[in-house]
Design a protein around this ligand. Structure first.
Ligand SMILES: O=P(O)(O)OP(=O)(O)OP(=O)(O)OC[C@H]1O[C@@H](n2cnc3c(O)ncnc32)[C@H](O)[C@@H]1O
Ligand SMILES: [Mg+2]
Length: 174
């Protein structure tokens, strides 16, 4: 089976590979635009970004499955939550979606996002590191490394693969 990942971010690619590790799969990654803002600001917008990337990956990659993963934030009465969404597109079915971990961002970070900055560069600045988004992620920083961005996305992509197995009736191999 050929799996097309709609991102070149290594944290996302590794997560998808982890979730299909029991299957004989070929992986390809393509930089597919999310079609939403660089920093999605709601669950709805983040889900839409994930679906657009999954559909785009399937359309452009000549494979059986397209996967889109998108990070975003959601305003709540408790503060700004980091949210993560994924979508799996396959021919002949509606895209499947699944959500990942969510947790509150500190006000110092949240305020900068509300002012229009993107989480990626804000996290590098906050943590005084480079490319946090491609490594441990914000989740890795704010959990002291207990859960990193690959772990977080692997849970999410496994929810997608499991649902694909259930709804497509492919029970074996996953
Ligand atoms: O190359 P792509 O696939 O676009 O990967 P990305 O890291 O930019 O990830 P998203 O577009 O899905 O995330 C939207 C924005 O939120 C940032 N972001 C999301 N989750 C993050 C995390 O855990 N750590 C750091 N930045 C994060 C990200 O850098 C973008 O600015
Ligand atoms: Mg991005």
């Amino acid at each position: 089976m050929r799996i097309i990942i709609g991102s070149k971010n290594p944290a996302k690619i590794t997560a998808v590979q982890n979730s299909f590790s029991k299957m004989d799969c070929e992986f390809m990654s393509l930089d597919i635009p999310s079609g939403v803002k660089e920093q999605p600001f709601s669950d709805e917008e983040t889900i839409q970004g994930a679906i657009n990337r999954a559909k785009g990956a399937l359309a452009q990659g000549n494979g059986e499955i397209g996967i889109g993963l998108e990070g975003g934030v959601q305003e709540t009465s408790h503060g700004l939550l980091l949210c993560n969404w994924g979508a799996l597109a396959a021919n002949g079915m509606e895209p499947l979606i699944a959500g990942g971990a969510r947790f509150l961002l500190p006000e110092e970070v949240a305020a900068r996002l509300r002012a229009g900055e993107e989480l990626g560069p804000v996290m590098d600045d906050y943590a005084k590191k480079k490319n946090v988004r491609k490594q441990e992620g914000a989740v890795g920083i704010f959990t002291n490394g207990l859960v990193n961005r690959v772990d977080m996305f692997t849970h999410l992509t496994t929810l997608l693969v499991g649902q694909f197995s259930y709804y497509s009736n492919i029970k074996s191999n996953f």
